[in-house]
Design a protein around this ligand. Structure first.
Ligand code: TPP
Ligand code: MG
Length: 556
C-alpha cells in the first residue's frame, strides 16, 4: 500500500479505513470480543496503532466503551461481531443513551452480496438499534466507510451525547477502496458536547439572571450534562460569587468537591423544597427529582442544559437556557450582578441540617457487627481512598449506601449505571477507567448479585494487567429486590443467592488476588493488601442481609 501524499489518494481495505478514522478522532483503545466479521477492523487497528482490548462478553466491551467516555469525556469505541455480538451490546447502548455518554459502536454484519439468503449471524441490526442510538447506519460500499464513521462520531458527541452505531458488511469491510481526503476537524467530545460553543442568550438568559439576582434561597441542582459540558469551573465560580448551595447527582458528582463549603448532599430535600429559585443544570426532572416534585410548589425553576430536553419537562420552568453549559453559567453569573445574594442564613440553615444528618450516620459508620454493616465497610474504605480515586458502583442496596456516603472530590470520580439502572456495568467501567488512568486508584463496589453479570471479566483484568480493586458487599441476596418484596407481600421469591459464596476464590482462579473479610477489624488491612497486590483484586466482604436500606420507592 502506498503512503499518502498531497497529490495521491491511497487505497486501504475497509477495516483499515475504519481504523484510520478512529485514529483521526483520537481513539487509542478498541474494546471488543472476537468474531470473524471484525478481523479486518482488527487488522486496521493493528496497523494504525490502536490497542485492542478483548473481553469475555460483548456487554463488557460496550460498557467499557461507555466507561471510557465517562472517565475521559471523549467518545469510547467498541466493536461487536455480527448478530449476537450486537444484541449483547444493547443494554450498554441504552445506558449510554440515558447517560448522554458519547460512544461509537462498530458492528460486524453479514455480507451485502448475500443479504437475505441466511448467512451466518445475519440480522439487520439497524432497526432494533435505532431507538437506542443517535445514528444507526450501514455503508453501501467500501468508499462510504470513512464518511459514516465520521458521522457516527459527530452524532455521538453532539449534545446531548449518546451512542452511535455503524455496522460493516463483511464484503465491504474486507474490500479495498481509495481514501478520500477528509475535510474539517474531527468531532470529539471536547469540541462539541464539551466545553466550547455558544451559551444560551436572549430573553431566557435575561429572565434567568433576573430571577437569580432576586433570590434569597437559591439552590443549584446539577447533573450529568454539567460534566459532559466541562462546566465544573463555571459552576464553582457562579456558586461562590453569588453564594448558592450546590447539590450534584449522576456524573456531576465531584464537579464541586465534597468538602467545599457550598457543597451539600444530606440536606437535599429541605433545600429543593425550600428554594425560591432552583437552577437545574444538565439534569432532567426524572424520577431522581420526583418528576419535578422534589422542588417546592412555589420554587421558580431555571433549566440550564446543553440542548433542549428529550422529554417535555414535567413542570413548567420559569426560564429555559439551552446552549454550551459552561458559557451559560458564566453569563448567568455576570447577568445576575456578580455579587453575593442575601443567602447566608439559608446556607447556614442547610449546613445545620447537613451536619446533623452526617452526625446521625456515625452510629452506622462505626457499627461493629459481623457480618458487616455496609456503612462500616464504607467508613473503612474512605480511610484508604485517594482524593482522585475513581469509584464505580454496580449493585443494589450496597451501591445505594455508597451513593450516600462515598464522597467525590474531582469530576469523573463516581461512576454508577445512571438512570437506566443496568446491573453488570461495573467490570467494563472499571476496565476502561483503569486503562485511561493507570496511576489512579480504581475501586469497583460490587454486589454479590451484580458480580454474576460480569465476574468472568476478572480474567480480562488479569490478562491485560489492569489492577482494579473490587470490594464486594456479599449479603447472599438481591437485597434491593428482596426487602421491598417482603415489605409488599410478606414474602419474597427469586431474591436469594447462596450465602457466603467464595467469589474471592473465583477471582484467584482467574489470576487475581482474592480475600474474604468477615470482621470490620480485618477490612482495612485487606484493602491495603488488595491495593498492593499487583494484580486485580476482590475483597469479598460478608455483609449483613438483615440491613434494610431506607428507601421510599424503587419502581418509579
Ligand atoms: C440487568 C438488571 N437486572 C435486574 C435489575 C433489578 N435489580 C436492581 S438492584 C438488584 C439487586 C442487586 O443485588 P446485589 O448486586 O447483590 O446488591 P444488594 O442489593 O444485595 O446490595 C436487582 C436484581 C437491574 N437493575 N438490572
Ligand atoms: Mg446482594
Amino acid at each position: 500500500m502506498s503512503t499518502q501524499s498531497a497529490q495521491e489518494t491511497s487505497t486501504f481495505h475497509g477495516g483499515r479505513l475504519v481504523a484510520r478514522r478512529l485514529k483521526a478522532h483520537g481513539v487509542s483503545k478498541l474494546f471488543t470480543l472476537s468474531g470473524g466479521h471484525l478481523f479486518s477492523i482488527y487488522d486496521g487497528c493493528r496497523e494504525e496503532g490502536i490497542e485492542i482490548v478483548d473481553v469475555r462478553h460483548e456487554s463488557t466491551a460496550a460498557f467499557a466503551a461507555e466507561g471510557w467516555a465517562k472517565v475521559t469525556r471523549e467518545a469510547g469505541v467498541c466493536a461487536l461481531t455480527a448478530g449476537p455480538g450486537v444484541t449483547n451490546g444493547m443494554s450498554a447502548m441504552a445506558s449510554a443513551q440515558a447517560n448522554h455518554s458519547p460512544m461509537v459502536v462498530l458492528g460486524g454484519r453479514a455480507p451485502a452480496m448475500r443479504w437475505g439468503q441466511g448467512s451466518l449471524q445475519e440480522i439487520d441490526h439497524v432497526p432494533f438499534v435505532r431507538p437506542v442510538t443517535k445514528l444507526a447506519a450501514t455503508p453501501g460500499s467500501t468508499e462510504e466507510i470513512p464518511g459514516l464513521v465520521d458521522d457516527a462520531f459527530a452524532a455521538a458527541c453532539a449534545p446531548h451525547g449518546g451512542p452511535a452505531f455503524v455496522d460493516f458488511p463483511l464484503d465491504y469491510v474486507f474490500m479495498e477502496a481509495a481514501e478520500q481526503e477528509r475535510e474539517g476537524r474531527p468531532a470529539n467530545a471536547a469540541s462539541s458536547a464539551g466545553g466550547g460553543g455558544k451559551g444560551a442568550s436572549g430573553e431566557a438568559l435575561e429572565r434567568a439572571a433576573a430571577l437569580l439576582a432576586a433570590a434569597e434561597r437559591p439552590v443549584i441542582m446539577a447533573g450529568t450534562d454539567l460534566y459532559w459540558g466541562h462546566g465544573e469551573q463555571a459552576l464553582a465560580e457562579l456558586a461562590r460569587t453569588l453564594r448558592i448551595p450546590v447539590f450534584l447527582n449522576g456524573l456531576a458528582r465531584g464537579c464541586l468537591a465534597a468538602d467545599d463549603e457550598l457543597f451539600f448532599s444530606r440536606a437535599r430535600s429541605q433545600a429543593l423544597k425550600g428554594a425560591d429559585v432552583a437552577l437545574v443544570v444538565g439534569v432532567p426532572m426524572d424520577f431522581r427529582l420526583g418528576f419535578g416534585g422534589a422542588f417546592g410548589e412555589d420554587t421558580e425553576i431555571v433549566v440550564v442544559d446543553a440542548a433542549e430536553p428529550e422529554r417535555d419537562h414535567p413542570r413548567a420552568p420559569a426560564a429555559e437556557c439551552y446552549g454550551a453549559i459552561a458559557q451559560t453559567l458564566s453569563d448567568l453569573r455576570t447577568g445576575a450582578g456578580s455579587q453575593a445574594l442575601a443567602s447566608e442564613s439559608w446556607i447556614a440553615d442547610l449546613r445545620a441540617t447537613e451536619s446533623e444528618r452526617r452526625e446521625a450516620e456515625r452510629v452506622e459508620l462505626e457499627d461493629g457487627r459481623a457480618p458487616l454493616h455496609p456503612m462500616r465497610l464504607y467508613a473503612e474504605l474512605a480511610s484508604v481512598l485517594d482524593r482522585d480515586a475513581i469509584v464505580i458502583g454496580d449493585g443494589g442496596d450496597f451501591v445505594s449506601y455508597a451513593g450516600r456516603v462515598v464522597d467525590s472530590y474531582q469530576p469523573g470520580c463516581w461512576l454508577d449505571p445512571g438512570p437506566f439502572g443496568c446491573l453488570g456495568t461495573g467490570c467494563g467501567y472499571a476496565l476502561a477507567a483503569k486503562l485511561a488512568h493507570p496511576n489512579r486508584q480504581v475501586v469497583l463496589l460490587v454486589g454479590d448479585g451484580a458480580f454474576g453479570f460480569s465476574g468472568m471479566e476478572f480474567d480480562t483484568l488479569a490478562r491485560h494487567g489492569v489492577n482494579v480493586v473490587a470490594v464486594m458487599g456479599n449479603n447472599g441476596i438481591w437485597a434491593l429486590e428482596k426487602h421491598p418484596m417482603e415489605f409488599l407481600y410478606g414474602y419474597s421469591v427469586a431474591a436469594d443467592l447462596r450465602p457466603g459464596t467464595r467469589y474471592d476464590q473465583l477471582v484467584q482462579a482467574l489470576g487475581g488476588h482474592g480475600e474474604l473479610v468477615q470482621n470490620a477489624a480485618d477490612m482495612r488491612p485487606a484493602l491495603e493488601r488488595a491495593f498492593a497486590a499487583g494484580v486485580p483484586a476482590l475483597v469479598n466482604v460478608l455483609t449483613d442481609p438483615t440491613v434494610v436500606y431506607p428507601r421510599k420507592s424503587n419502581l418509579a
